[in-house]
Ligand binder design. Structure first.
Ligand SMILES: Cc1cc2nc3c(=O)[nH]c(=O)nc-3n(C[C@H](O)[C@H](O)[C@H](O)COP(=O)(O)OP(=O)(O)OC[C@H]3O[C@@H](n4cnc5c(N)ncnc54)[C@H](O)[C@@H]3O)c2cc1C
Length: 507
């Protein structure tokens, strides 16, 4: 089940174990149970500090980890794919290697007094799931009142269907919904008990350059500004941007392959080498010109001589009835994450551009039937992708289709669209709908800077906007293409433009 090089790697990790780890396993007579037994036997053979025993547990097949006492960590299913790292980390933590968190976070976890039994529904191909699983496992290993079970939705299909989960990760606590989607350890702790952090914005200096946005565009702008020796800050609602939602990245020059979360960790480590004040958890709501530039945020104001706006973009809504109501109840955006929950079902993809056709190709090998709806008379995706999609027998492509509504009782059941040539209104049964109609720039909060009809900030060759001292970079601007290296290039341009402005006109 595991190849030799992976086994060698795992054996090296297991040498770090400081104490015995007991894996208590509950199996039945299914293929999944046989696979789980094989998986655990192979791993058990890699260290004499791993012991395996049988025990009755809530899920079959599943296992729990314990050492001197129960760790509260359980895995229902086989934690392969993106959850393999979660499993190895859990074993190490239960085996005496402390999780890498700061003292304050540890104290906040230990201070939780209520019994909290978490369950997270995941798919093994979901790249947003491990952060949630690993965060809750850390909480379980630190606080005996907390337990956490990772539940593989493609193994426990009935359980997940009964709960009505159609998007992963979805987390329950004590049987009640806790969170849908990705959530960090800090956000989990804030959800349990809000921590009032005083960012002391009034004590901050007037920055030479303040960057808004923590994606690749903003991070690069901040690095370039700091390297010029000017006082620099980067504020963001959350560091990482869209790249954190991305699985495989194969088009960053010099990096043949990486994954989104890993890449943004590397970018953060690079940024941390410079004197940049990073303020996360801050939402910018406007910019005014006071004596200096005044940046309005949800937690107070900041001041700067120049600003680089790099607030990126988010999924575009199509604005039809049912789109919001059935979100996570059939309406989804990420095929890597949620695709496996639609195994054997009928799904629809709206959008015939590259992202839509890539999504349809992914889904064609999972779902029973895939319907692709494109508004225009022809698909806009690259020919190579179109040819690949047409090779699947379970895919139906409809062009000139105007989607009108998504409907159902509790969950999505039906999609209604109009044939734009004949005018005929057609209803099709569908279990899921992946909306892939592009991105919208995150610039609604900005009213005084000139934007194009799409809402993108208009910048010139120096990254400058129509307002003195204000620059733009990345997906929120009118750049012809939206890509990581393009956002980074424009971040560099904007920071250098801002620096030149300071040197010539700024004060
Ligand atoms: C699923 C997916 C797959 C992709 N795959 C690839 C790929 O393989 N290769 C590639 O080159 N590109 C890919 N892209 C595109 C790439 O991710 C973007 O082009 C890039 O992230 C744009 O960077 P950015 O810095 O402009 O903005 P973003 O990455 O969107 O970052 C925006 C930042 O601004 C912050 N922010 C937003 N509004 C505010 C506010 N009001 N106040 C404070 N902060 C705010 C956000 O929290 C975030 O930190 C993909 C995109 C998606 C969605």
């Amino acid at each position: 089940m595991l190849d030799q090089s992976l086994k060698n790697q795992v054996a090296e990790y297991f040498k770090l174990l400081e104490k015995e780890v007991v894996i208590s396993v509950d199996l039945d007579d299914t293929e999944n149970s046989r696979d789980l037994k094989k998986f655990l036997d192979e791993l058990g053979g890699l260290s004499d500090k791993i012991k395996i025993k049988e025990e009755e547990l809530k899920f079959k097949p599943s296992f729990s980890l314990s050492s001197d006492s129960s760790s509260g960590i359980n895995f229902a299913g086989i934690p392969l794919g993106h959850e393999f790292e979660s499993f190895i980390l859990a074993i190490l933590q239960v085996g005496g290697r402390p999780p890498k968190i700061d003292d304050k976070t540890r104290e906040r976890i230990m201070a939780i007094e209520d019994e909290m039994n978490f369950e997270t529904m995941v798919s093994l191909s979901c790249h947003n799931c491990p952060e949630v699983v690993q965060s809750l496992n850390i909480m379980a290993v630190i606080n005996p009142k907390i337990s956490h079970t990772m539940v593989d939705g493609s193994v426990f299909t009935d359980y997940v269907e009964d709960l009505g989960v159609l998007a992963v990760p979805t987390t329950y606590v004590n049987g009640e919904i806790f969170n849908r989607g990705k959530i960090s350890l800090n956000e989990i702790l804030n959800k349990i008990k809000k921590e009032e952090v005083d960012l002391r914005l009034e004590e901050k200096p007037i920055y030479d350059c303040l960057v808004i946005g923590g994606g690749p565009g903003g991070a690069t702008a901040a690095i370039y500004a700091a390297r010029k020796g000017i006082t620099t800050a980067l504020v963001a609602e959350e560091f990482g941007g869209q790249v954190k939602e991305t699985l495989a990245i194969e088009n960053i020059t010099g990096i043949a392959y990486t994954e989104g979360p890993k890449y943004m960790e590397d970018v953060k480590a690079h940024l941390d080498k410079y004197k940049v004040e990073v303020i996360e958890g801050l939402s910018v709501t406007g910019i005014e010109r006071d004596e200096k530039l005044k940046i309005l945020t949800d937690k107070g104001n900041l001041f700067a001589r120049t600003i680089v706006i790099a607030t990126g973009a988010k999924w575009r809504l199509i604005g039809i009835p049912g789109e919001i109501e059935f979100r996570n109840k059939g309406v989804a955006y990420c095929t890597h994450c949620d695709g496996p929950l639609f195994r054997g079902k009928k799904v629809t993809v709206i959008g015939g551009g590259n992202s839509g056709i890539e999504a349809a190709i992914d889904l064609a090998s999972i779902a029973r039937e895939v319907l692709v709806l494109e508004f225009l008379p022809e698909l806009k995706a690259d020919k190579l992708l179109q040819d690949k999609l047409r090779g699947f027998k379970n895919v139906k492509i409809v062009t000139n289709a105007e989607t009108q509504a998504l409907s159902g009782e509790k969950f999505l059941e039906k999609i209604t669209y109009k044939d734009r040539v004949s005018g005929q209104v057609i209803e099709e049964a569908t279990d899921g709908c992946f909306i892939q109609v592009g991105l919208v720039p995150m610039t609604e909060w900005l009213d005084n800077v000139k934007k194009n009809p799409r809402g993108e900030i208009i910048v010139n060759e120096f990254g400058a906007t129509n307002l003195e001292g204000i620059y733009g970079a990345g997906d929120c601007t009118n750049s012809a293409f939206k890509q990581i290296v393009i956002a980074e290039g424009s971040g560099a341009t904007a920071a250098l433009g801002a620096y030149n402005y300071l040197m010539t006109k700024g004060n």
